[in-house]
Write a protein that binds this ligand. Structure first.
Ligand SMILES: [Zn+2]
Length: 156
């Protein structure tokens, strides 16, 4: 699990969202609280260890993500890992190769969505809010298919 998954947040979550979630999770998984519970439920001792471990992971995640500089480094690392992970590239394209569509979102704001059809019937969607992954060296973008594990790489 990456730090965002530990904090149950999206990768583009704001600091406020992360903080909110962090506080919630800390309350849920605080070891003291678990110990109190385990007094009445002796059989759950293995869960306590899991929760202590999770508690530490939540703290580690938060300590990294609350610091903008650390978060930036972590994001970059995450992206690099993802690039290495994805050797299943469907296509290499330029932004102009994608279909352009305009739509009105729930807030009545017009947004431009670029999409590309995958061979599985799914789509690669790139809009202003897409969590795109940038490879620092080549400045390429990585977009994941909505349905399968293939990705497209967008050159600039
Ligand atoms: Zn697909």
């Amino acid at each position: 699990m990456n730090f965002y998954e530990i904090l149950e947040c999206k990768e583009n979550a704001t600091l406020e969202e992360l903080k909110h979630k962090y506080k919630q999770l800390i309350l849920q998984h605080h070891p003291d609280k678990m110990n109190d519970l385990s007094d009445s439920l002796p059989s759950s001792s293995s869960n306590v260890n899991d929760d202590t471990c999770l508690f530490q992971r939540i703290n580690t995640a938060w300590n990294t993500l609350k610091d903008p500089a650390k978060r930036k480094l972590y994001d970059a690392e995450l992206c690099q890992n993802r690039f290495q992970l994805h050797n299943n590239i469907f296509d290499r394209l330029q932004l102009k190769d994608l279909d352009i569509e305009s739509c009105i979102d729930d807030d009545g704001i017009e947004r431009t969505i670029r999409s590309y059809r995958c061979r599985c019937g799914g789509q690669y969607i790139c809009d202003d809010e897409t969590e795109v992954c940038t490879n620092n060296e080549s400045e390429e973008l990585l977009i994941e298919c909505t349905e399968c594990s293939l990705v497209i790489v967008l050159g600039r």
